[in-house]
Each structure stands twice: as structure tokens, then as C-alpha cells.
Ligand binder design. Structure first.
Ligand SMILES: Nc1ncnc2c1ncn2[C@@H]1O[C@H](COP(=O)(O)OP(=O)(O)OP(=O)(O)O)[C@@H](O)[C@H]1O
Length: 292
């Protein structure tokens, strides 16, 4: 018996989200959201606190299962597959890597070891081969080391490669987390608030790395970000959310000047005469949960 071939993607779309919703009890955190992320672009989710950005992000990285809707992803062979049908641990194997708003690294391991652990998902050998340390295992280990060294060079981490993560400044740890994600050789990189906790200079460096990852490595980036200066600088397209729904989608300039977006951030569209400047992150509304 032959199985029908999976539909092939020929539109340059890497990720296609359709009518996605997730309800937490009485809260509709994500409400009928649809959008496409094109191969090679930087696509950014913005919105005030509690808008549903992190929930949407966690749906795409399969931490949550949607109440309704679908997420299709162009797999390594080009066939569109349903992410919602994949086990969460299989997502990394499909070429999707993510960073977290609150850095998730092994604090008492060196930078090098953290990156080698990050590389683990690319393991091509089985348990017995590993135990016997066969020639294939040795070759795979060499490839892992080469990839890790390339990423260390790419992100200028030579100066701290043998240091414990626990002793590193916060800004460097953020770059190490980015490095760990890159070691898995992703096709889609999910960045959860890459600038959170960074000072102006470090945010500037982060913008540079994101542009370099897109342009030099050709990796598609989907990020959640509050810093509108960073968003404007690196994003090809922006999707603004509020109350779980899509408010606007387009270029950074189009979205920043959209009346609904200004109103969501500032309260009333007609109070915001200057739409050229960055939208500021508003104070958290009472009862709003901070992002996961
Ligand atoms: N695990 C959860 N259980 C119950 N409610 C949740 C949960 N996670 C999120 N929510 C609710 O869903 C809504 C969307 O939250 P979410 O964290 O996705 O917003 P956000 O846009 O990421 O906000 P922020 O910018 O503050 O991180 C909020 O009303 C929030 O309180």
C-alpha cells in the first residue's frame, strides 16, 4: 500500500499558523490567530503585557497544545507537516530551536560543555555505539566539536569558552544561550525577548547578532520582543497582538503607526501624536502574569 505524499511547500513559507486558539479556564489567551513566517525572514510578535505573545510562542515550540487550530511547518525535505502532531521532544529534531526569556543554561558547567550538551539533539548514533565508542561515534563527536567551535567563533565567545556559566555577566549568558540554540543547526530560531535584562550596549550587540544570524547563516527567526527600537531594526515583518488576537501585521513602520496598536499600548490613539518613536513597554496590568 502506498501512502499519499505530504503536500510540498513551494511558497517560501516555513511556518503556517491557522486559526490557533488556546484557552486557560476562562481566559482565551490566544484567540483565532493566523499568520505565515517566510523562509529567511525575521518575524516579530509584539503587544502589551498579557497580549498572548508568550502563549503563542509556547504553542509553536509545542510546550502547549492548542485548543483549536493548526501549525504547519516545512520539514527538512520540504513537506509541510503538522507540528501539533509532533511530540514536544521531536521539535528540536525538525530544526526548531529556542531561547528562553529567563536564561536556561547549566550554571555549573562551562560554556563549551553547555554548547556540547546543546548539540546533543543532533546525535546520530545509538546507545550501544556510544558505549563501544565506535568509529562512527568518534566521527560524530568530531563533527559536534567542529560545529561548537564554529559557533564560538561566530558569536565571539572565545574569551569565555572554558568559564563556568555561573560566573558570567548576564549579557554574556544571553549570548551563550543563543550559541546553544545555534549549535543545533536550526532552520527556525525562536527567540523569547532576546533583549530582556540587557543594557543599551548589549541590546545593540544582540541586534547585530540577530541580523548576522539571518544574513550570514540564513536562519529564519521568530521572536517575541518589547524593545521597539530593536524590533524596528531587525524585523522584516511584525505581528501585533492584544487580548489574544491579531491587531495588525506588516512592516515595523506600518505596525507601529497602526491606530489599533497605538491604542493598545497607550490607551487612546488620539493621545499618541508621535508615532515615529518606539512604543514603550507599558506597566503590567494588575493580575497579568509575567511570561514563562
Ligand atoms: N499557564 C497559564 N494559566 C492561566 N492563564 C495564563 C497562563 N499563561 C498565560 N495566561 C494568561 O493568558 C494571557 C496571555 O498571557 P501571555 O503570557 O501569553 O501574554 P504576553 O503577551 O506574553 O505577556 P508579557 O508581555 O507580559 O509576557 C494572560 O491573561 C495571562 O494571564
Amino acid at each position: 500500500m502506498t501512502t499519499p505524499a505530504a503536500p510540498q511547500d513551494d511558497s517560501g513559507v516555513l511556518l503556517s499558523v491557522r486559526n490557533l486558539s488556546l484557552r486557560f479556564g476562562g481566559v482565551l489567551a490566544v484567540n483565532d490567530v493566523s499568520f505565515d513566517v517566510r523562509s529567511g525572514e525575521v518575524f516579530t510578535l509584539i503587544g502589551p503585557n498579557g497580549a498572548g505573545k508568550t502563549t503563542l510562542f509556547n504553542l509553536i515550540s509545542r510546550i502547549y497544545r492548542p485548543s483549536t487550530g493548526s501549525i504547519a511547518y516545512a520539514g527538512p525535505d520540504g513537506a509541510m507537516l503538522q507540528l501539533t502532531r509532533q511530540q514536544p521532544h521531536m521539535v528540536a529534531g525538525l530544526g526548531i530551536a529556542r531561547t528562553f526569556q529567563n536564561i536556561e543554561l547549566f550554571e555549573h558547567a562551562s560554556v563549551l560543555h553547555n554548547l556540547l550538551i546543546g548539540r546533543h539533539r543532533c546525535r546520530e548514533t545509538g546507545l550501544w555505539a556510544d558505549l563501544l565508542f565506535t568509529r562512527r561515534v568518534r566521527a560524530a563527536e568530531m563533527r559536534a566539536r567542529e560545529k561548537v567551535e564554529q559557533v564560538i567563533d561566530f558569536l565571539d565567545l572565545q574569551h569565555c569558552r572554558d568559564q563556568l556559566v555561573a560566573g558570567l555577566p548576564y549579557g554574556v549568558r544571553k549570548v551563550v544561550e543563543l550559541a546553544r540554540a545555534l549549535c543545533t543547526e536550526p532552520r527556525l530560531l525562536l527567540l523569547d525577548e532576546p533583549s530582556s535584562g540587557l543594557n543599551v550596549e548589549e541590546t545593540d550587540d544582540m541586534a547585530f547578532w540577530i541580523q548576522d544570524i539571518q544574513q550570514a547563516l540564513g536562519i529564519t527567526v521568530l521572536m517575541v520582543e518589547h524593545d521597539m527600537a530593536l524590533v524596528s531594526r531587525v524585523s522584516d515583518r511584525v505581528l501585533a497582538m492584544n487580548h489574544g488576537q491579531v491587531l495588525a501585521m506588516g512592516s515595523p513602520r506600518e505596525v507601529q503607526s497602526h491606530p489599533g496598536v497605538i491604542e493598545a499600548y497607550l490607551g487612546r490613539a488620539d493621545t499618541a501624536s508621535d508615532t515615529s518613536g518606539p512604543l514603550r513597554r507599558p506597566p503590567a496590568s494588575p493580575g497579568a502574569r509575567t511570561s514563562a
